[in-house]
Design a protein around this ligand. Structure first.
Ligand code: ZN
Length: 250
């Protein structure tokens, strides 16, 4: 017996499968990450042509059988192709990086409609914002909270408060906390953050996701910040996410 599921979804990636078909990974509103076989997707005159591009927002109907790891697509309707975003190389890599993070950290079967809608909001913020790198950094901060290891940048956790330094703080990747160089004791994996970076990250953490596309907070050196947050996520999740999509602009 298979069940018919209808849900909003985002195309994560598509790979060729057999003669004329594709296997497409969708991030769905009701089922989390799902891999669907799309029969005939590569045939000439396929009604699906152009609808399976990464980042397309679609509505999918599929047959689900719990005994299979690959499910079968029944119908697909495009709701938002994101043409502009996909051809804007100053923005596209940041949207891809969001997808790369989701597909690496979410487990199969993890369902959360609220998180799905948050991700859709982030993709649209990358499309609209004058600072798409900032949207990705905001997303990474929120992702660490969502996954249960929120990074703490507000104050030094070293305990020697009267002596605490405001400059040159160290962030413990193991603990997810900031320690000033006065309180710092050797041990564990660390990253250095300067004062501007810490202020920027604190401001982003306090921002509302629906307003992040018009946020005035800005840090010119976004690459090292993304690198440090990525090492934090990789250590906490025991993953090796490389964010290859960003290599296009690095
Ligand atoms: Zn301190």
């Amino acid at each position: 017996m298979s069940e018919i599921i209808k849900t909003k979804a985002l195309v994560v990636r598509a790979t060729r499968w057999q003669e004329s078909s594709k296997i497409v990974t969708f991030f769905t509103e009701t089922e989390g990450l799902v891999k669907l076989i799309v029969r005939g997707a590569l045939r000439n005159k396929s009604p699906l042509a152009g609808k399976l591009e990464t980042l397309s927002e679609v509505c999918v109907v599929f047959y689900r059988k719990d005994t299979r790891s690959l499910q079968l697509l029944k119908e697909l309707d495009m709701t938002e192709p994101h043409h502009k975003l996909r051809t804007d190389y100053g923005r596209y890599p940041f949207a891809l990086a969001i997808l790369e993070l989701i597909s690496a950290v979410l487990e199969d079967g993890h369902k959360d409609a609220v998180f799905f809608n948050f991700v859709m909001e982030m993709i649209s913020a990358v499309e609209k914002s004058a600072r798409p790198a900032g949207v990705l950094i905001f997303f990474m901060l929120k992702l660490t909270s969502y996954l249960g290891f929120k990074a703490e940048f507000t104050q030094c956790h070293g305990g020697k408060h009267p002596a605490c330094l405001k400059e040159h703080n160290i962030f413990s990747l193991n603990e997810g906390k900031r320690v000033c160089t006065e309180c710092y004791r050797q041990g564990g994996l660390m990253e250095r953050f300067d004062r501007d970076e810490l202020i920027y990250l604190q401001n982003l953490q306090k921002s509302h996701y629906r307003r992040i596309h018009s946020s005035e907070y800005h840090h010119r050196e976004w690459k090292p910040i993304i690198g440090k947050l990525l090492r934090y996520i990789n250590l906490q999740m025991e993953t090796h996410i490389a964010l290859r999509s960003l290599e296009m602009i690095l």
